[in-house]
Design a protein around this ligand. Structure first.
Ligand code: FES
Length: 143
């Protein structure tokens, strides 16, 4: 017959390891230049948030409708609109609604005509991202 007290202790150990593991991982990540920017649940598909980094300046973080997290400079290269303010996610792109330039998850820019023709435009710098299921991290200094 199982000892209920022993079972409870075993469960507690598992929980404690899980709780202790997260801060260690966070410290390691911070040492490698990763910065947490938002809880994962607050950035659903189609979500857009802004983040100001001390060295890199204003950044925008968004999640494509397919679930990919993207971090990029928060400045449309056309006339410098803030993408956190006017950006709208459309599929796997963010659209600057000032003049409708579009930027993919790799930062490549284009403008799409009403007939679907796409003309290449300037790109936006992107940076590495990581979603660990709890928080979204970005690496402003790396790629
Ligand atoms: S400022 Fe973004 S498209 Fe013109």
């Amino acid at each position: 017959m199982d000892d209920p007290g022993r079972m409870a202790l075993g469960d507690d150990v598992v929980v404690a390891e899980a709780l202790l593991g997260a801060p260690e991982a966070a410290h390691e990540a911070a040492d490698e230049g990763w910065v947490p920017v938002v809880h994962s649940e607050l950035l659903p598909p189609g979500g857009v948030v802004g983040f100001d980094h001390d060295d890199r300046g204003p950044l925008v973080v968004w999640r494509s409708e397919g679930g990919r997290v993207v971090a990029m400079d928060d400045r449309c290269p056309h006339q410098w609109s803030s993408l956190r303010a006017v950006g709208v996610v459309d599929g796997e792109e963010i659209v600057c609604t000032t003049h409708f330039w579009r930027f993919g998850t790799d930062g490549a820019g284009c403008k799409q005509s009403m007939h679907g023709r796409r003309d290449e435009k300037d790109a936006v710098d992107v940076m590495a991202t990581l979603d660990d299921g709890d928080r979204v991290w970005i690496r402003p200094a790396g790629d």
